[in-house]
Ligand binder design. Structure first.
Ligand SMILES: O=C(O)C1=C[C@@H](OP(=O)(O)O)[C@@H](O)[C@H](O)C1
Ligand SMILES: C=C(OP(=O)(O)O)C(=O)O
Length: 448
């Protein structure tokens, strides 16, 4: 983990303290994971398509910009029925030379090298310093096996150049995706455009974030791809995608349920009531697991035509839970667990050490910095609640650290979030939304 930054301190954002039970209804912007898959699939389709209510955040704008640099048209517009903001995606021949800035977006750094292999010409990939440390070997090695030429520095990570040949053979490949489910998703998303499609066999000991692989499979099928996979009768750990043309669709992006987490947490820890509008009845998003997890931690939820209403009971219980399927929920759950009436054990998330930051180290350090008692285990965290005090909560350029610190700040006076602007990765309006939830003016930038 990088040390708490020594360079000039970015603005400190005083996390609002809740003086009473939070009562609010919130509209959460579109899902990062759905938006970035939809952009890739629409770019590879045989006809134009629409994305309605796309997420506009750093990760999705980087994805859109990268696809544009390869020749894809992505235009602002209103949806075909005249309702709501939308992106119109107009597929085109994919061309290099191009340069892709992945920022620190796992979806961009993993989903786009297979797309670049289909372009004619070199595509250079670069990004934030942290992107050099995040695992990419599963994608690089697999693409080489499938016929791509890639120049990298031998570490199995960024920066690299994919020398697209205008087409890719495809075929069978074995990968170890225990470091990231995104390796599997990346290969499947572009596979309909490979000459022979793909057969991906995962050979590692564990596979995190299965709902995100389900999301990939569902979205591929929705644009006409033929996919065989373990959960509908296929061989365990094997996915097959047939070579075929993809349809351009009109897709409405669901709200980001992982970004709904801090708002639901606000109801849980203040004994209040928060409704998240347009919560989907059925979804592959891992954030849907919050209904079960937060209910177990103290509270109740109800899904209505308006959305999901979560009501806190005024008590917060610790939890012993395997989060391997829903790893991106860990920071928010850890924050709630630090405020609970009994200890918690969060398991199955060793791979979080390679996320935006080493999330297990960062959560331990920052919660303990406020007086908490958190220890790292081999694959997670033990959290023993203590009375916490104010202080600076560092974010390590991790959007979910910023929202986790904000959750704690609701219950603990004097918590300052360092670089709350890092929430722009997936939720640019977070500080204003948080203030609005509490009925406060937006104080972002007050000391910036
Ligand atoms: O495919 C996706 O959209 C994602 C998959 C998961 O990645 P890992 O499997 O690397 O954890 C998740 O944590 C990330 O936020 C989004
Ligand atoms: C792990 C995450 O992001 P990424 O898509 O960059 O992997 C996340 O959003 O929690």
């Amino acid at each position: 983990m990088t040390e708490a930054p020594a360079h000039p301190a970015p603005a400190l954002w005083p996390a609002p303290y809740a003086t009473g039970a939070v009562e609010a209804t919130v509209t959460v912007p579109g899902s990062k994971s759905v938006t970035n898959r939809a952009l890739v699939l629409a770019a590879l389709a045989a006809e134009p398509g629409w994305l309605r209510r796309p997420l506009r955040s750093r990760d999705s704008l980087l994805m859109a910009e990268a696809l544009r640099s390869l020749g894809v048209g992505i235009e602002e517009g209103v949806g075909p029925d005249g309702e709501g903001e939308a992106w119109r995606v107009i597929p085109a021949g994919l061309h290099g030379p191009a340069t892709v800035d992945v920022g620190n977006a796992g979806t961009v750094m993993r989903f786009l090298p297979p797309v670049a292999a289909l372009a004619d010409g070199p595509v250079r990939f670069d990004g934030d310093p942290r992107s050099y440390e995040r695992p990419l070997h599963g994608v690089i090695d697999a693409l080489r096996t499938l016929g791509a030429r890639i120049d990298d520095d031998g570490r199995g990570a960024l920066p690299l150049t994919v020398h697209g040949g205008g087409a890719l053979d495809g075929g069978s490949v074995e990968i170890d995706a225990s470091a990231s489910s995104q390796f599997v998703s990346a290969l499947l998303l572009s596979a309909p455009r490979f000459n022979q499609g793909v057969e991906v066999r995962h050979v590692g000991s564990r596979l995190p974030s299965m709902p995100h692989i389900r999301m990939t499979v569902d979205m591929l099928r929705a644009v006409g791809a033929q996919v065989d996979e373990p959960e509908t009768g296929g061989e365990p750990n094997v996915w097959r995608v047939t070579s075929s043309a993809l349809l351009g669709r009109d897709l409405v992006v669901e709200p980001d349920l992982s970004n709904a987490q801090p708002f639901l947490a606000a109801a849980l820890i203040t004994g209040g009531r928060v409704t998240v509008r347009d919560w989907p009845e059925r979804t592959t998003q891992p954030g849907d697991a919050l209904r079960r997890i937060f209910t177990e931690m103290g509270g109740a939820c109800e899904l209505t035509d308006l959305g999901l209403t979560f009501t806190g009971s005024g008590r917060i219980h610790g939890i012993d839970v395997d989060l391997s399927e829903v790893g991106e929920l860990t920071p928010g759950i850890a924050a709630v667990a630090a405020l609970a009436d009994s200890p918690s054990t969060l398991r199955g998330v060793a791979h979080l050490r390679l996320h935006e930051t080493d999330r297990l180290a960062a959560l331990t350090r920052e919660i303990n910095g406020l007086g908490g008692d958190v220890t790292e285990t081999e694959d997670g965290l033990h959290i023993r609640p203590r009375t916490l005090h104010g202080g600076t909560f560092h974010t390590y350029d991790d959007h979910r650290m910023a929202t986790a610190g904000s959750i704690i700040g609701l219950a603990v006076k004097g918590v300052d979030i360092e670089n709350v602007a890092t929430t722009a990765k997936t939720l640019p309006d977070f500080p204003a939304m948080w203030a609005a939830m509490l009925g406060l003016p937006d104080t972002t930038g007050a000391d910036s």
